[in-house]
Design a protein around this ligand. Sequence first.
Ligand code: GDP
Ligand code: IMO
Ligand code: MG
Length: 430
Amino acid sequence: MKTIAVVGTQWGDEGKGKIVDLLAADADIVVRFQGGNNAAHTLVVDGKKFVVRLVPAGALHPGKICVIGPGTVVDPFALVEEIDSLKACANFDDSRIKLSYDAHLVMPYHRAIDRAREASLGKNAIGTTGFGIGPAYEDKAARSGLRFADLLDFRSFRQKLERNLAEKNRYLKAVLKVEPVSSDDLIKAIQRVRRRLLPYLCDTTEYLSKALKEGKRVLFEGAHGTMLDIDYGTYPFVTSSSCIAGAVFAGSGLPPRCLDAVIGITKAYATRVGAGPFPTEIKSKLGERLREEGGEYGSATHRPRRIGWFDAVLTRRAVYLNGASELAVTKLDVLTGIDPLRICVAYELKGQRVEELSLSAARLDKIKPIYEEMPGWHEPLAQARTFSELPLNARRYVERICELSRARLSMIGVGAARDQVIVIRNPFRE
Ligand code: GDP
Ligand code: IMO
Ligand code: MG
């Protein structure tokens, strides 16, 4: 197979980065196609921890081309900072970055609006990352956004920016009652990063088209997760982009017939950062124990993640929406010692058992999960590298997850390090 998409099937932080890092070893190009630096993927390589936000998670393999596609929204300051940190810590060669002319810029006024709106919503806040992602996608849809191609002609960029800024500053002051963003400071700052960014700019769609003709292998790296998808997630507690595999095409320019496989990533349990419904949330001490053992604190915002049992109703839907033929199940090691384990197999809605459900927050608030119990195991899994090395109950648990989700099992994560994974099937090697 030549083109593979990796997508999250839950609320993000499924361990997509780690699986992308593993698959990238066999790819030539890794592509981000949606979202921005609200994404945060932690990679552990040779005992060192790296967090990538905008740069694709294949970056730590020398020579791989890192594409940031048209469907993304990119904070230019955050990108430069991330590249500098990768250069310092991982000897990263930034000539491998290709940033789409068509990607939109996330500006400081987007961040200011995001934060002020969240603050004004009080207990009704979404719990966004505060990085300006929603307001940047709003401008894109309103057709007033700034794109990287605009940076080529700085005079006209500056005019558009000043027009936008005047409008945003009126909104910040009059409606959100916060400080406006200084035009002079912003323009100077952009002039500085512009010089750094111009060499990365590229028609990434044309680049990918040529690469495919040459038989290159391309990995598409989803950010966030299906439950955070703007259309199919737990709306309105979602992010502002499409996070499902369909977004690969709109967000990178890949023609639909060119995608060979989709791998869904799922944690062996569930987590969510931010507000919104979470049917299988564990509110007892057990949730705290899993949070500590799984290190479940946001990679981007360091917020504690909410913890829940594996929800097969949601994952089944995610597998369907993404056309995922297989699942990589991560963090199985974290469940060692939890006995019995619970899996949500269906919901009760108005006294009826339902196995499929559209996921809007309003609906999910009305359901009760129906659980199946499975016996746990007590052996640590960190050293296992083949399926047969796992305890019987661990094998049964992942097999049941995949059976209920209607997908084949392709990989199992047994630790955070690059090599702590059991590979049952690697589609690039098929
Ligand atoms: P992403 O946003 O989907 O890439 O996921 P994050 O990187 O935000 O969160 C996943 C966390 O779990 C990171 O800290 C990873 O290092 C860690 N991780 C990934 N896979 C495994 C695994 O199989 N076991 C354990 N214990 N940790 C894992
Ligand atoms: P990765 O790629 C977990 C969540 C936020 C919030 C909602 C909207 O690391 O899996 P936004 O800032 O996007 O407008 O916030 O979406 N969220 C994530 N949660 N992992 C992520 O990314 C997320 N990206 C956004 O917590 O609830
Ligand atoms: Mg993450």
